[in-house]
Design a protein around this ligand. Structure first.
Ligand SMILES: N[C@@H](CCC(=O)N[C@@H](CS)C(=O)NCC(=O)O)C(=O)O
Length: 234
């Protein structure tokens, strides 16, 4: 079987990817030891669902991080999750949803809407573009994310409420991880691809936010990300 081509944004913020969904798939491919290569074109318009990441695997094009990973478990024989029983699989899915469907939007708000972090986000994603794109695109992208946050619902709350909701998620993850090496216990599983990508994006992106402050108050979260990095990104 050939290499999987991972279409994603170019690395930013000193992270493998500033998009937690792109970093999730990269982390997963590394964890599963699959042959892959990055295509850092950042071309959302070419993506089947107009979001990144997507992959090309032979003649198959698959969009969405979960739709990418789930079939790979079957076609490429990944054993990462084989040791989980039904109850553990349920808990893993619930935490995946916490990261991807809730904490993600709170993090989007802090990066793109909070005035404290907006200059850092604008610099990281747009400073390298030629003029006049580097002036035109940032307010358009920011407006687009404001609309998405309204549609998702989180953006209808006050900044303080959104921060509080995100901090509750972070506290729940830290409490659940406790002193385990990986989210589900002694062994890594595919939930750790999500956990590492989302937590590293909070802890290591140079974006000042109440969410990063909250994550830093739990040393087990930083230790977890360092453990994942040493094991899969060495
Ligand atoms: N459910 C999707 C979410 C992917 C997603 O939200 N990607 C964002 C970057 S983190 C994106 O491409 N945004 C571009 C846009 O909204 O225009 C997945 O799991 O892959």
């Amino acid at each position: 079987m050939g290499r999987i081509r991972l279409h994603q944004f170019a690395p930013a913020f000193g992270l493998p990817n500033a998009s937690p969904f792109c970093m999730k798939v990269e982390t997963y491919l590394r964890m599963a030891g699959l042959p892959w290569e990055a295509v850092n074109d950042g071309d959302v318009l070419k993506a089947p669902k107009k979001k990144l990441p997507y992959i090309k695997d032979g003649d198959r094009v698959v969009a969405d991080s979960s739709f990418i990973i789930d079939p790979l478990k079957a076609t490429r024989g990944d054993a990462l999750d084989d040791w989980l029983d039904a109850s553990q699989r349920g808990v893993a899915l619930a935490f995946q949803r916490l990261f991807e469907e809730h904490l993600y939007w709170a993090a989007v708000y802090t990066r793109w809407i909070d005035d404290t972090a907006w200059p850092q986000t604008r610099e990281a994603f747009f400073a390298a573009l030629p003029a006049p794109l580097r002036w035109i695109l940032p307010p358009l992208a920011r407006r687009g994310l404001r609309v998405q946050l309204q549609g998702q619902g989180l953006g209808r709350h006050s900044a303080a409420e959104i921060h509080a909701l995100g901090v509750r998620d972070i506290t729940a993850v830290a409490d659940f991880l406790a002193d385990k090496p990986f989210l589900m216990g002694e062994r890594p599983c595919s939930l750790d691809a999500t956990g590492h990508a989302f937590l590293a994006n909070l802890l290591w992106a140079p974006v000042d936010s109440p969410l990063r402050d909250a994550a830093r108050r739990h040393p087990n979260l930083a230790a977890y990300c360092e453990r994942m990095k040493a094991r899969y990104f060495a």
